[in-house]
Design a protein around this ligand. Structure first.
Ligand code: MLT
Length: 271
């Protein structure tokens, strides 16, 4: 069932809430919304209270400001957590959702039992990546939104998965096409402008889990593995035959790993 709250800066924030138990917040990536978690939510909601928000400008969530930032996206998550009166939460984020998790941890550390970064990174964009994103923004502004989504979504998956799951890929393209030009450009600018948050990991007094796909070309294994020893307590899950979308490419395994990570986090705070 979809819930919603309203704030001045986020006139509508929508989120799915399902299950019973300690809370687990799942933050989606770009260019999708909470629906991307699909079956994973069903699996995890057997043991956890799963909250899956739509980030501002995605799904049913709106934004009333000028330039959306990753930090504001983290504020939107905090607004939901406060509304739900949750004291300690495990927050997991996929890719851009992981950037949001780190911004959340920077500001709201006291509310965390643990964080999980799924195909994500604490580094800022390189100059090359920023340039590439600016070119994409200009393409989108010239009417290239549809072409961009149709080319971008399949590249998130491993080649084998793409070949064997063409209907699913088509469905994800349709999901991506729900975002209008303004949302796509706002998310890209938010990612361009985000800072390096490796310090958040260095200061973390909560466990950090990493989910990596061996075939991920967006958040490469090499790049992220350098970060997986920065926090004091790290869990690292590396999946074969998986690129950037383990919630669809390797859903059962991701569910099992998230479940055991959450169980560790909540056992640790209750000691
Ligand atoms: C995502 O999956 O959220 C994006 O690929 C993140 C990015 O472009 O850095």
């Amino acid at each position: 069932m979809l819930h919603q709250i309203n704030t001045i800066i986020f006139p509508t924030l929508t989120y799915q809430k399902i299950g019973k138990g300690p809370p687990l917040v799942l933050i989606h990536g770009f260019p999708l919304d909470h629906n991307v978690w699909g079956d994973l939510i069903q699996q995890l909601s057997k043991d956890y209270l799963v909250i899956a928000p739509d980030l501002p400008l995605a799904g049913g969530s709106t934004y009333n400001g000028n330039d959306l930032t990753i930090a504001q996206m983290a504020d939107s998550i905090y607004a939901i957590i406060q509304h739900e009166k949750l004291e300690k939460v495990v927050v997991a984020g996929h890719s851009m959702g992981g950037y949001t998790v780190l911004a959340y941890a920077e500001k709201y550390e006291n509310s965390l039992a643990g964080i999980c970064l799924i195909h994500s990174s604490a580094y800022a964009d390189t100059e090359d990546k920023k340039e590439l994103r600016r070119k994409t923004i200009s393409l989108i502004n010239k009417g290239g939104r549809e072409g961009f989504i149709k080319q971008m979504i399949p590249a998130l998956f491993s080649e084998d998965f793409r070949t064997n799951n063409q209907e699913l890929i088509k469905q994800q393209i349709l999901e991506g096409l729900k975002l209008d030009e303004h949302a796509l450009v706002s998310f890209y600018n938010a990612m361009i402008n985000r800072s390096n948050r490796t310090k958040v990991l260095g200061n973390a007094d909560f466990p950090v889990a990493w989910v990596l796909g061996k075939e991920d070309n967006i958040t490469s294994l090499n790049n992220v593995s350098q970060q997986t020893c920065l926090a004091t307590v790290n869990f690292v899950y590396v999946y074969n035959d998986t690129a950037h979308m383990s919630m669809l490419e390797n859903c059962r395994q991701l569910g099992d790993d998230l479940s055991s990570f959450c169980s560790y986090c909540y056992r640790s705070i209750n000691k």
